[in-house]
Design a protein around this ligand. Sequence first.
Ligand code: IMP
Length: 428
Amino acid sequence: MPVIIIVGAQWGDEGKGKIVDMLGEKSDMIIRFSGGDNAGHTVINDLGTFKLHLIPSGIFHKNTKCVIGNGVVINPEILIAEKKSLNDWGITTDNLIVSDKAHLVMPYHLLLDKLEEKARGKKSVGTTLRGIGPAFVDKVARVGIRAGDLQDLEGLKERLELVVKQKNCMIVGMYGATPVSFEELYDKCVQWAQVICPMIRETTIMADEVIKNGGNVLLEGAQGALLDPDFGTYPYTTSSSPLAAGACLGSGIAPTRVDQVVGIFKVYCTRVGSGPFPTELFDEIGDIIRDKAQEYGTTTGRPRRIGWFDGVAAAHSARVNGMTSAILTRLDILDILPKIRICTAYDLDGKVLHRFLSDVASLEKIKPIYEEFDGWLSDTTKITTYEDLPQKARIFIERLQDIIGCSISMACVGPSRAQAIKKDKKFF
Ligand code: IMP
């Protein structure tokens, strides 16, 4: 398993944390490559239940180097709190490395995220309010502050002063809000530097050496393909690419070094925040799934919107990611449903379409065309082999495999590491 990219294949929250935790055991290095603390990964293992936002889910394997890559934006307060809480549990973070090129989410980014969302009114994106969009805006506008800048506090002073002036023009001039204080911010940087600087490294050479020595590298995605700013439901998207291509940019590992791209799909869909969701369920089935699966945001606590598996979106996601295999999560949630649906096409004004649409107006208009399956109505949570799954569950999985268009290597039937049924034995 040399270089593997793990990507979310839907609108995020597919259960990537569990898969990274499982594969992490065999990895020499894990690199988070996009997003920030808008992501939330729940990891349940022998040590307990952990909700991580920034630190890679592989942190529990102490011999695995865990890198927060250059493509991530880091809120230093969150990173420091997350590190401390793991340490308080007796979990070492000596294996945690921060890329010198990762940008920082500053307090003015959080404030601007809130002010911008409010200004959008009914058209708000429903962001996590973690300052992610404004931080990526600054990265591209070349006014961002990077982790590496904390290593030169004198140099940072001059740059930060200028940026704060600029931000206050917006905060006060556009939104009439209270300006941020440069002095308070600079003091914070000095405090952050003490904890974060010892973890900062140039990480691309380190990754290259692991690969050259035949080591295993896992690139850990955040969010999902349908939140990609280019290939998702723009403008209802996040601000960095959750795709496999984003993994290369966000880690400094070139595409030619990557061996596998594994897409993680829930067997139904969820979405948090605003934006089109073609298969959304507004009836009691949605409520049943939400309650059984406890579909509430790890980061925001918001109830997630629930829908049937969208096969059109799934095929799009598999294609733009170049998936070599897929993993299904939360199969057990469907154990109690007598009928299960998969959307296999869209009806747009009477025309049947088999491709995902890039414009939100059309996506909001389409009617999903479904295939219906009999539910298996039995408990799958203790099943350990594919052959032992009920035949109706296998029929459903085989159909998902056809639709996604690549081999399904595993189906998860519960949150623990053991509740994972391997299908394609070549993968592990
Ligand atoms: P932002 O990334 O906080 O700017 O939010 C932009 C959109 O992406 C919103 O609809 C969020 O709900 C969604 N989003 C961001 N992170 C996640 C995630 O980890 N899981 C699911 N949705 C997310």
